[in-house]
Design a protein around this ligand. Structure first.
Ligand code: 3HC
Ligand code: NAI
Length: 695
């Protein structure tokens, strides 16, 4: 294809270079171009070896995901790979960047592979609800062995070049220009008259396993439990098994069939939606290329409690020195102690070396006194959720922080605009709302205040990405996007208890739906006292939760909450005392109890969230429905294979969601259940949230 695949000569070597920016996705045109170029190189008798490489930032990063909603077209990736595989002269893949998915499968179809030092190689299809569909499940185990292949395919995580070399996935790591490296390697192959090694013909790493069928079960067992609710992991395990039991060509045919089946299913559609929504979330109207993020060389975090400690770890993990500021040496010692314990636990699991733990810890500077923010380019406040305390902190920041510094608050509910007003530089103030545990959860709500400057916002977004988060811009309101929708769910969960359900009914309905935890087990984990304190401050009441707190049942930390916990156990056990309390409360309030089907429980919890999401869109608090989905998936464990609450609503059809909400409004008399105007309008127009403009 002119422009996308270049075929040139370097003596007796044909050099094929693909060029399809930004990531050389294996689009229809690229596949056609590759067929043409490889056919010509094959048929040219003066060509003795072929090198395949890519221009730009990466070797082929996979199939073109934008084509997945359309019917497959020929030539397929399988056609390209079959052609390469069958060529009777050496074909060398010279890879750099991120050879992923179909890109790695093309490289696996070549006879040799060399990689640039920083290359990351992987088969991430599982993250899109798929299995590799162009031979990956069959060639990778033959080349690297079943254990490594299962790990790569079932986690979807790429491996660095040096691991790929050790595993036999690449033959050599080449320094300098990757195309020149590929050509030099091809010449070596010719000079040494190395035999062609087709991956499909290899059996040395699988033979032993074939003789011991149980060993396969052991290899995949560890991965099985990760895939709760997902179709792709079980399908991938089945396909890996074919590498042992089924002739290669038949296994390829079955792999392809499975891939296409998954590709057309709702789970993969949902996961594709999230892939693109995450990237869309990074695009913020009004933040053009002219708005430059400031470089953050040093950070400061104020408060070394639950959140501050985790946030400080995020900076240190990205190599950014961080001052951790507390009110007393004792509090500091406690906070730093927890951080160190966390790193040691990671090291004990093999996630970090002792030397790396030392390097990370060396990046922390634990201090007392807010004047210590003086050297920081970004300051994140994570002190108690109390406006007076936050005001005092921000007034001090105004005095001590460098003029260029970004002043961020991690508040969960307080008004970011009011916090900004406590300084003389409201343009420098932004919300950076992390999720607990902050060093683990990937979501970062970036709260744009009325006066937040574009540079401040751009800096918060860039830092968020640098520390490995998925930042999503939200507007100012009580609870922003995530907690505001969570509140809609919590209110409903309590109400279900009063109407006839028990905590275990509600929780299991939601875990069956795909959440890792139900709302009551979650509350027990977080501690019931936190929200109790907040309700008391607002003069609000939650009938059941308040009574539990009044009885000293604060959740796991007191071994009693909505559930019972045995000493040292985190497993919730239903408690007859709680059941009696719930039943008595229903009676006292004159609410007739009735049985609930699981589906009704799920709808009663999830639909009010969707309704709140619709209001959030109406008010412009979120820029797009996809942003809300990303927030719920990365911050609250909404099942990714349902694509987030708003996408889930579109999948169900908005008229159904609207009608159910209207029925809930009649049943409960709660006006919050009246379908939001936006939901009603879209439903009557036969549209979904996904049809709204993207910002
Ligand atoms: N198809 C189509 N578009 C893609 C794409 C793909 N495979 N991969 C990335 N893009 C697009 C992104 O949507 C984005 O577009 P935008 O600028 O319009 O938003 C652009 O390329 C740049 O992507 P990123 O912002 O993600 O760039 P990064 O440099 O941060 O990351 C990457 C690059 C690591 C390649 C990352 O994009 C990625 O992980 N891509 C997906 C890789 C993948 O999943 N491949 C397997 C696909 S399935 C498959 O191959 C099936 C096969 O087995 C048959
Ligand atoms: P925490 O109580 O665990 O920690 C707060 C820390 O701030 C304490 O160690 C305290 O000594 C310190 N502190 C108080 N005043 C200070 C001051 N003037 N200077 C320096 N340090 C001071 O509280 P947590 O849970 O970490 O919450 C902090 C903030 O993060 C709150 O605004 C909260 O709403 C928010 N948040 C909490 C989440 C959670 O799950 N806990 C999730 C997201 C946000």
């Amino acid at each position: 294809m002119p422009g996308q695949v270049e075929l040139r000569r370097d003596g007796n070597i044909a050099v094929i270079v693909v060029d399809n920016p930004p990531v050389n996705a294996l689009s229809h045109d690229l596949r056609t171009g590759l067929i043409d170029a490889f056919t010509r190189a094959r048929d040219d008798a003066t060509v003795e070896a072929i090198v395949l490489a890519a221009a730009g930032r990466t070797f082929i990063a996979g199939a073109d995901i934008t084509e997945f909603d359309k019917p497959p077209t020929v030539p397929t990736s399988m056609d390209v790979i079959a052609l390469i595989d069958g060529i009777g002269k050496p074909v060398v893949a010279a890879v750099h960047g991120t050879p992923l998915g179909g890109g790695l499968e093309v490289a696996l179809g070549c006879h040799f592979r060399v990689a640039a030092p920083g290359t990351k190689l992987g088969l991430p299809e599982i993250k899109l609800g798929l299995i590799p569909g162009a031979g990956g499940t069959q060639r990778l185990p033959r080349l690297v062995g079943m254990e490594k292949a299962a790990q790569m395919i079932l986690t979807g995580n790429p491996i660095p070049a040096k691991d790929a070399l050790a595993a036999g996935l690449v033959d050599e790591i080449v320094e300098g220009d990757i195309v020149a490296g590929g050509i030099a390697f091809a010449r070596k192959v010719l000079a040494e008259k190395r035999p062609l090694r087709r991956v499909r013909d290899r059996d040395d790493k699988l033979a032993a396993l074939r003789a011991d069928p149980k060993a396969f079960e052991e290899i995949v067992a560890a991965h099985l439990k990760r895939g709760r609710g997902l179709h792709a992991p079980a399908a991938a395990i089945k396909a890996l098994r074919w590498a042992l039991d089924v002739p290669f060509d038949e296994a390829l045919r079955r792999e392809r069939e499975t891939f296409l089946e998954l590709r057309g299913g709702d789970q993969a559609k949902s996961q594709r939606h999230i892939f693109f929504a995450e990237r869309e979330a990074a695009k913020v109207p009004g933040l053009g290329p002219d708005v430059k993020a400031r470089e953050i060389r040093r950070a400061a975090v104020i408060g070394a409690g639950t959140m501050g400690g985790g946030i400080a770890m995020c900076f240190a993990n990205a190599g950014i020195p961080v001052a951790l500021i507390e009110t007393s040496e004792d509090a500091l010692k406690r906070g730093l102690g927890i951080i160190e314990k966390n790193y040691r636990a990671t090291a004990a699991r093999g996630g970090l070396t002792e030397a790396q733990v030392g390097e990370r810890l060396a990046l922390f500077n634990g201090v007392t006194g807010l004047d210590q923010v003086a050297g920081a380019d970004m300051i994140v406040e994570a002190v108690f959720e109390d406006m007076d305390i936050k005001r005092q902190v921000f007034e001090a920041l105004d005095r001590f922080a460098p003029a260029h510094a970004v002043l961020a608050t991690n508040t969960s509910y307080l008004d970011v605009d009011a916090i900004a007003q406590t300084t003389k530089r409201p343009a420098a103030v932004v919300g950076m709302h992390f999720f607990s545990p902050a060093n683990v959860m990937r979501l970062l709500e970036v709260v744009r205040g009325a006066q937040t400057a574009p540079e401040t916002l751009a800096t918060a977004l860039a830092v968020g990405r640098k520390i490995g988060k998925v930042p999503v811009v939200v507007g100012v309101c009580h609870g922003f996007v995530g907690n505001r929708m969570l509140r809609a769910r919590s209110v409903e969960a309590e109400r279900l208890l009063l109407e006839g359900a028990l905590p275990q009914d509600v929780d299991s309905a939601l875990t069956d739906f795909g959440f890792p935890m139900g709302p009551f087990a979650m509350s027990d984990l977080a501690g019931l006292d936190i929200s109790w304190r907040m309700r008391k401050a607002q003069g609000a009441r939650a009938e059941i939760a308040d009574q539990l707190c009044e009885a000293g049942r604060f959740g796991q930390k007191t071994q009693k909450g909505f559930y019972l916990y045995e000493q040292g156990s985190r497993t919730p056990r239903p408690d007859p005392e709680v059941e009696a309390l719930i039943v008595a409360t229903s009676k006292r309030l004159g609410i007739a109890r009735r049985p609930f089907e699981r589906q009704e429980i799920v709808e009663r919890l999830v639909f009010p969230m969707i309704n709140e999401g619709a209001r959030i869109l109406e008010e412009g608090i979120a820029l797009r429905a996809g942003d809300i989905d990303v927030i719920w998936i990365h911050g609250y464990g909404f099942p990714v294979w349902r694509g987030g609450p708003m996408f889930h609503a579109d999948t169900l059809g908005l008229p159904y969601v609207r009608d159910r909400l209207a029925a809930f409004a009649r049943q409960t008399g709660d006006p919050r259940h009246e379908p939001a105007a936006l939901l009603t309008r879209l439903a009557s127009e036969g549209r979904g949230f996904g049809s709204l403009p993207k910002g």
